[in-house]
Design a protein around this ligand. Structure first.
Ligand SMILES: *Cc1c(COP(=O)(O)O)cnc(C)c1O
Length: 386
């Protein structure tokens, strides 16, 4: 029973179901957090870089409000992604930036186009902001239905935003350049979510990085942008925003810090409505120090990409699993001939957490994050026994 004061869109919304807090789950399973193999939320198992931890230990101004413009961090990001600082905005995770863009752009009832299965925050924030959610389902192999998106835009004169995610969560597929360029011709603002782009290295780059890794990571700032990010495309297209985050790459999911590159016309409006102190002092210190620890970050990317590849190969040898190729730090599997939920619960009893899905496009699926090699070992051993 809702009160008459509650906005109808909010009253009708399905509540967001957050994952069970780690401490609660660890108590429930009767295992210490360190013993749990946590492969359910694509977090970075290596945690923050040692430089980030040191910066947090040495922080001296936690009692002072942070810089509303995040100048230091945006300067460092500008150098890192080789983009003008004026085009960059930081957020309390990429999640806040998703919400901010919708708040600026949507009038009640305006259409947001999403391509599920994809990230749950797009429908969530659309509903919170009174948007009309229009899904254009992906193809069987999780590629985009580009024709379908064009049709949906043509059919909805109030279509304002198209969410795209590359690599896509939960399957890890990427959007080819040609498809993205075609979609950028549409009269909508394209929000391209690159939360996992750091793990999208093509084979040649991967080989080059391996060579460099062996030469002890003598890395320059420019090295950091050698993934397949389209963040520079925001200079070319004025209907493109690109979102990135420190959560998956830099192990800072718990500190909530992300950033994005936005069109010139959108920036003043975003600045106007954002909470002044959205990036807290600790998050800013840790993010800055992480950017100064490229060698460490890239070494961990290498390790996680290697684990992803090993996972894909090994999961393919398990009779009841059908893994999808991924350019991210996780592998989605369809479970055949047995119940994916039961499989998730059985793994949980063994102290291994994976993500379970059972919704359209993802029926009877599990998603497994790339972990440390010993975590992959334990997972594979358990899967073979079950
Ligand atoms: C994890 C994730 C995010 C959230 O990033 P935060 O910076 O932690 O808010 C955004 N997009 C996708 C696709 C994600 O999986």
């Amino acid at each position: 029973m809702t009160n008459k004061f509650v906005r109808p869109e909010i009253a009708e919304m399905e509540p967001y179901v957050p994952i069970v807090p780690f401490e609660v789950l660890s108590a429930r399973l009767g295992r210490a957090p360190e013993e749990i193999v946590k492969l359910d939320a694509n977090e970075n198992p290596y945690g923050p870089s040692p430089k980030a931890l040191e910066a947090l230990r040495n922080g001296r101004f936690f009692h002072i409000y942070p810089d509303p413009e995040s100048n230091q961090l945006r300067d460092a990001l500008s150098n890192y992604v080789q983009m003008p600082k004026a085009r960059l905005l930081t957020g309390m995770g990429a999640d806040e930036l998703i919400d901010l863009v919708l708040r600026v752009v949507l009038s009640p009832g305006d259409v947001v186009i999403d391509c599920p299965p994809s990230f749950g925050m797009y429908p969530f924030s659309t509903a919170v902001n009174s948007g009309q959610y229009v899904p254009v389902w992906r193809n069987e192999d999780f590629s985009l239905d580009v024709d379908g998106i064009e049709t949906a835009v043509a059919q909805h004169p109030t279509a304002k935003i198209l969410f795209l995610c590359s690599p896509n969560n939960p399957d890890g597929s990427t959007i080819p350049d040609a498809d993205l360029r075609r979609l950028l011709q549409l009269p909508v603002l394209v929000v391209l979510d690159e939360a996992y782009v750091d793990f999208d290295l093509n084979r040649k780059e991967r080989e080059e990085r391996k060579d460099k890794a062996e030469k002890n990571f003598a890395l320059s700032a420019s090295f950091a942008v050698q993934n397949s990010s389209r963040i520079h495309w925001t200079l070319e297209y004025d209907n493109l925003a690109v979102l990135r985050t420190f959560s998956k790459l830099a192990g800072l999911a718990g500190l909530r810090v992300g950033y994005g590159a936005f069109p010139e016309w959108l920036l003043p409006q975003l600045w106007k409505i954002k909470q002044p102190y959205n990036i807290n002092v600790a998050a800013s210190l840790a993010a800055l120090a992480s950017l100064e620890d490229q060698a460490w970050l890239q070494e961990k990317v290498q390790l996680l990409v290697a684990e992803r590849e090993r996972l894909f190969t090994e999961l393919g040898t398990i009779s009841y699993l059908n893994p999808f190729p991924s350019q991210s730090n996780f592998i989605l599997c369809r479970v055949n001939g047995r119940d994916a939920r039961q499989l998730k619960l059985d793994l949980e009893q063994a102290g291994i957490l994976v993500r379970y899905f059972n919704k359209p496009g993802l029926d009877n699926c599990i998603r497994i994050s790339a972990g440390r090699p010993e975590e992959t070992d334990k997972l594979l051993m358990t899967l073979k026994e079950l």
